[in-house]
Structure formats: C-alpha cells, structure tokens
Design a binder for this molecule. Structure first.
Ligand SMILES: Cc1cc2nc3c(=O)[nH]c(=O)nc-3n(C[C@H](O)[C@H](O)[C@H](O)COP(=O)(O)OP(=O)(O)OC[C@H]3O[C@@H](n4cnc5c(N)ncnc54)[C@H](O)[C@@H]3O)c2cc1C
Length: 497
C-alpha cells in the first residue's frame, strides 16, 4: 500500500488541504503542508479577541453524506455542541423566518402580499409548463423556481449584495447548486404535513458546532497530521510550483524573508486556482489558460466584529439583511452558536460586508469599517451605541468565487490544464474555483488522498459538489456500498504514486 518514502506537498492549511493531509498521514505517506498565514483554517478561521471568539462569518458544519458526517463526528469527538438553528430574513423592516414558512409569510407580509405571491407563483408555474423558458442567469433560475415577486422579496437584494452585480449578470449555476429542490410546494407540504411526512422536511433545525469555534476543526486535523511526524509550515508563502522534471514536483516558498525549496512526488493545491495558474506554475501554462484565469474573479468579505455589553442580543443563529440601507448582508451572534464564544454576561456580533478587492469598501480603514458596523447595528434597534464595547475587522480577498456569465467555459480550460498534470491535483473552494462549503472541501481533500493512494480517479474529486442537490435537503445516505469507508466509489482506480 502506501509508501512512507513517498512525499506529498499540500499548499494551504484550510479544511480542504488539511483533510487531504490528514487522510494521507493516516495512509502513512509523508506530508508537508505549506500555509501562508500564521494560523490554520483558511476561511474557516476563528479569531480570538480577549475572551471573545469570532468565526469569519457563522460557519455551520452540514453534509448530506453520512459517511463523511460519521468521519467528522469521530474527528471532533468530545468537542461539539448542538445548536438550534434560528434564522431570519430582514426585508423592508420586517423579520421573516428562514427557511421560509407559509404561515410566517402570511403573518408577516400580510394577506394581500401573500395572495399576490401565490398568484404570481401560480402564473409562473403555469407559463413554465406551457413553454419552457431558457435559464441562463441567476435571475432566470430564481424566477423560474419561485416567481418574480418572491424572487424580489427573498433573493434579489441579498444576492446582489453578495455578488455586487445584478442577478441578470450571474450564471444560473449557483442557484442550481444551492436551491434546487426548494420550492413553494415543498414549503406548502412542510406547512401542511410536517409532523407526518418525513420527506417534506427539507431544512435541518439543529446542527453541531465546535465548542470553541469552527477553527477547532482544522486545528484538530493539523494536530493529527503533526502527531504522525509531518510538518505544517506556517507563514510560508508558496511562490512557485515546478513540474519540469516528470519525476517530481518542486515547490519554492518564502519564509522569514528567505526562499526555501521542497521536493515531493505529488502536489495538492488549495490556493486560488487563478493565482496558481497566473503566477506559480513552472513551466508557464499556455496563454489561453492564463487569460482565462485573469478573467475570473473572487468576491471579498470584511467582517466587522463587535463586542457588546449585554448578555444576549437575539436568539438567532443568522439574520440575513436584505435592506438596502444596511451595508452588511448577514450577521451572526457567536454566543448563540456556543456560549463559550463570549465571556459571561457579554455577547458579540459579526457583520459580513461583501466587496471586491480594491473597491472603495475594501480600501476603507478598520476604524471607518467599525464605525459603519456600529451605525448599521444600531439601526436594527437591538443595541444602543453605549452597549458597544469596541470592534475590529477581519478581511479575506478571495472568499467567494464569482460565477459570472460565461465563467464555466474559462474554468474548464483551466481545469483541463491541471487535469493533464500528472503530479498535481487541485482541491477546495478557491483551489477549484467552486462554491464549496467547508464539508465539500473536506470531502475533496479526503477523496484526493484516496486518489493519490490509487483508489479513485481524479474525476471523482472534481465530481464533488456538482450533483447540484440542495445542500440542506434532508440528510440522505450516500449511494455507497456498506463497506465504502469514505465518500466516492473506487471508479476505475486512480494513479497511485
Ligand atoms: C463569510 C463566510 C461564511 C461561510 N459559512 C460557511 C458555513 O456556514 N458552512 C460551511 O461549511 N462553509 C462556510 N463557508 C465556506 C468555508 O469557509 C470554505 O468552504 C472553506 O474554508 C474552504 O476550505 P478550503 O480549504 O477549500 O479553502 P480555504 O479555507 O480558503 O483555505 C485555503 C488556504 O490556502 C492558503 N493559501 C492561499 N494561497 C497560498 C499560498 N500562495 N501559499 C500558501 N498558502 C496559501 C490560505 O491562506 C488558506 O489557509 C463560509 C465562507 C465565508 C467566507
């Protein structure tokens, strides 16, 4: 089986890179993880500020893959708390339950608006049945699924805050990845049949969460990787990936102001695919691949983290803020995820501001962002200015891969190039330019380790998070044999190094 003398280099210590390293270490490979930051976790980080802890946006672990979930429970044994999920949408000054429930829409929006939504939805469904309309954009997809009125109420403004452009300029792929299977009929059957009909239960009501914040997950994986005698090198920026010698991969990284080299038999990259292709690969990819990489973009996120002098602000896990007067798109209160996220008698809040790298918001100073956050929060009416003890910001430039119109064709060019590299694999959210949640990245990492160990093909990795089933659908058994340890069947075997 595995040969301890075989060495795999993993770029990036986020959930995807560490899951891959974790599985490889379990097989017995030698692994070196190279991470540019001073912490592990990537976007799934938790920042400590005194006795407060803040995730980079509320992170919920959820997977519909039972084998993956069992693996996760084994990994995090003794570290998890159960959280009740209570989320709301703020729209035109009113709070709607999320997931949307018919009863709550009736109560909150009123009979007339609800009636108009139902008429609009019915006419939309009828017209869809009579003539199939082409679905190209995010707007087409939402309207076809929910009708224009519900799209305007529950999807348009939030999506436009997140993506920074009209839904008509976004590809429909994101909607099919995230909301397929959600429909008004599901909501109606939920409302009418909920206790009896298990199939109609579409959105989970509780979830598990690491007691000290989401970063406990990558930290636990990193501990296991190190305990097996491997290195996770922090503050090490990977600059070059040289594949010119067909027998090895050579990575050059910067650490402590010096250049270092490490040689491996295989490379797994979770760094943004665009950067990998534009700056790091040696020999350089063809110009068409570089041009494709240049044309794809990520949305950035700045979180404003505020400490509050009150025991609890709301009961919510998340509030989605559609109102245009508010700069942030979503907030969460860490104490509602785990009481250990804030000191006794105090609470805190995380506000998510979306922007693009180098735009006016991205360039705002920390002090200005915190002031903006304070003003926005006070407008919601939960908190008075004197109850805000202070705040700080956390930023990530490459947070959300943008599925703009025509992105897929360019992405295919880039992925085909990587596919052809015998000793290189890509994993993760930025790494594959796919809108992954952490569980998808973990699954990709684990399956990539299986692929390196000769159990599955590269195609099995890129298959993950493409079945376009709504993520929060009732947890279903993965279509695996009972003895399949992990996630994907061994389709044709892979390239064991
Ligand atoms: C606001 C927000 C909320 C979210 N909420 C959820 C949620 O509720 N549930 C959920 O499951 N997921 C959620 N996610 C998504 C989750 O954070 C990501 O899916 C997950 O962290 C991706 O893991 P990854 O390993 O693929 O990538 P990343 O976490 O991005 O890790 C990549 C790593 O590579 C490193 N790196 C990059 N370039 C280099 C280089 N040149 N050299 C060395 N290292 C490098 C980075 O520093 C980083 O550590 C959320 C994300 C955001 C932004």
């Amino acid at each position: 089986m595995a040969d301890r003398n075989r060495h795999v280099i993993v770029l990036g210590a986020g959930p995807g890179g560490l899951a891959c390293a974790h599985k490889l270490a379990e097989y017995g490979y030698k692994v070196t993880v190279i991470e540019k930051e001073s912490f592990v976790g990537g976007l799934s980080r938790t920042v400590r500020h005194g006795d407060f802890r803040f995730d980079f946006g509320g992170h919920r672990w959820f997977t519909k893959n039972k084998h993956l979930h069992d693996w996760f429970l084994r990994l995090m044994e003794g570290q998890l708390v159960e959280v009740e999920r209570i989320s709301r949408i703020l729209f035109n000054g009113k709070y709607f339950d999320y997931p949307i429930s018919i009863k709550n829409v009736l109560q909150t929006a009123g009979l007339w608006t609800s009636f108009l939504c139902v008429v609009d939805y019915s006419l939309n469904t009828l017209s869809n049945a009579l003539k199939k309309r082409p679905i190209h954009t995010m707007e087409d997809a939402f309207v076809s699924q929910f009708g224009r009125r519900l799209f305007d109420m529950f999807f348009r403004r939030y999506s436009e805050k997140v993506w920074g452009r009209p839904c008509s300029q976004m590809s429909s792929d994101w909607v099919s990845q995230r909301s397929k299977g959600l429909s008004i009929w599901t909501a109606i059957t939920n409302a009418l049949l909920k206790p009896k009909d298990k199939k109609a239960k579409t959105l989970i009501e509780t979830f598990v969460y690491p007691r000290w914040g989401y970063q406990e997950i990558p930290e636990t994986m990193a501990r296991v990787v190190r305990a097996a005698g491997n290195e996770v090198i922090l503050e090490a920026f990977a600059k070059k990936v040289d594949t010119s010698d067909p027998k090895k991969v050579v990575v050059t990284y910067e650490k402590d102001g010096r250049s270092h080299q490490v040689e491996g038999d295989y490379l797994v990259s979770t760094v943004p695919l665009t950067s990998l292709l534009m700056y790091a690969m040696e020999p350089k990819p063809p110009q068409a691949v570089i041009d494709a990489a240049k044309s794809l973009e990520f949305r950035s996120v700045i979180t404003v983290n505020l400490m509050l002098d009150l025991p609890q602000m709301t009961k919510d896990t998340w509030i989605y803020c559609h109102d245009e007067g508010l700069g942030f798109a979503r907030l969460h209160e860490p104490r509602n995820w785990s009481p250990d996220m804030a000191p006794k008698g105090k609470t805190s809040v995380v506000l998510e501001y979306f922007c693009s790298k180098d735009d006016a918001v991205w360039k705002m100073s920390e002090a200005a962002m915190v002031e903006w956050g304070k003003k926005d929060l006070c407008r919601l009416g939960f908190v008075k200015p004197e109850q805000i003890l202070g705040g700080f910001t956390v930023r990530a430039a490459n947070a959300y891969p943008v599925y703009g119109q025509g992105y897929l064709e360019k992405l295919k060019r880039m992925r085909d190039y990587i596919e052809a590299q015998e000793r290189v694999a890509i994993v993760g959210r930025g790494g594959t330019f796919r809108y992954n949640n952490a569980d998808h990245s973990v699954e990709m990492g684990l399956v990539t380790a299986q692929m390196i160990n000769g159990e599955v093909t590269k195609a099995a990795v890129l298959d993950i998070n493409t079945d376009l089933e709504y993520h929060e659908k009732d947890m279903v058994e993965a279509s695996l044999g009972a003895d399949a340890e992990l996630v994907r069947p061994a389709a044709g075997g892979g390239t064991k190094i």
